[in-house]
Design a protein around this ligand. Sequence first.
Ligand code: NDP
Length: 419
Amino acid sequence: MTDPKFYQLTRTERLAWLVAHEQLSAEDAAFLAQQQPLSDEIAGSMIENQIGQYQLPIGVVQDVVVNGQTYQVPMVVEEPSVIAAANNAAKMVRLNGGFQTHQQQRTMLGEVVLTDLPDLKVAQNWVLANQDLLMRVAQAAHPSIVKRGGGLQAIKVTVVDQTFLKLALTIDTQEAMGANIVNTICEAIAREVQSDLGGTILLSVLTNAAFGAVTVATVTLEPATLATKQLAGEIVAQRIVQATRFAQVDLPRAATHNKGIMNGVDAVVLATGNDWRAIEAGAHSYAAQSGQYQPLTSWQLAADGRLVGRIEIPLPIGMVGGSIGILPAVQVAHRLLKVTNACELAGVIAAIGLGQNLAALRALVSDGIQKGHMALQAKSLAIAVGATETEIEPLVAQLTQAKHLNTATATAFLAQLRH
Ligand code: NDP
């Protein structure tokens, strides 16, 4: 169903294409076409001190194949090259059978920390001996999540730095990201422990090191499908492996390697109404867990010469809760994506992150990142210097031939165009 010229269509034509191919309902297409702002009621009740609204474009990555299913993936992002790169990767991966993903478990973690306890060992033993009581406290604190099949699953108790009593709570939040559910349970447990043992509740809150929601995506590619005009696919594949190896031993590179991954991850997280700060915090803490900040992906050559990529990333995303049910554009994005549960959504997001990394590494080790970037950057520059709708195209054509792509050049070319 891929239309190779989708990006060349007008926005109206793209929406019509999605409706014609039954990816979007006519109502949802009309909603996107109108670009209605949020109602005052919604915008005003979402945050404190609201003074206006802030727009970002929403786009789509076409035909992303994950576990044999084809998705149209919505992305909200301000960086010009992100969706182009994701599309590029989706095309390469489609030729190789698509992404495979799985999320082994989906639990959130909370921490309850007490201080000023007279005997930390006695306190630790008390928690171990009173697990049933604490389970009952958790159930009473959030009965509806228990009815939905979730709730507190396990309590681990440790003494940290000979000062802190820490209870690590593993909580099943079902289809919600679960921050509020976890915090409610943590606070109830903290009160119970304090009332039995004394001491001071230092804090009781979820941790964004969501290592209970790690999602894995993998892909295996024939090197020939990675070839560029200048380089054979085998060379590109070898260099991708080397570039990843370099990121494993060089923190400055690892940071940028992971930023490229998060370009894709955050854009889908945002489009689907999830908390991208939570996803960022989780991803970077996972990358740093060994003490040496690591790339979130690995690329290796298999014995048969194929390139095997893998991403491991905590994705505590939700299908309900937070702003998901409130923002109309988020609901349209969910209907476009058509995932049915949080685990499936996490799989698509992990796949997008891995694809984004593939596209970035392929460009980096062949033509360099600027070639593709600057073509798209020229458009942003044209708009920034004040080009009108009809001036953008000719100005971009001139800018892509220019030796120096900067504001001065763009302003000069625009003045020439207007003469
Ligand atoms: P909500 O507080 O909106 O809670 C989700 C609610 O959805 C549940 O309590 C449940 O209520 C309802 N629900 C309906 N169907 C389901 C289902 N199938 N599975 C689970 N719940 C269901 O959201 P979260 O608890 O998910 O918290 C996320 C929000 O918290 C985000 O906005 C995030 O930004 C914010 N946050 C993040 C923090 C962090 O990351 N450190 C800290 C604090 C807040 P019921 O059962 O009663 O119907």
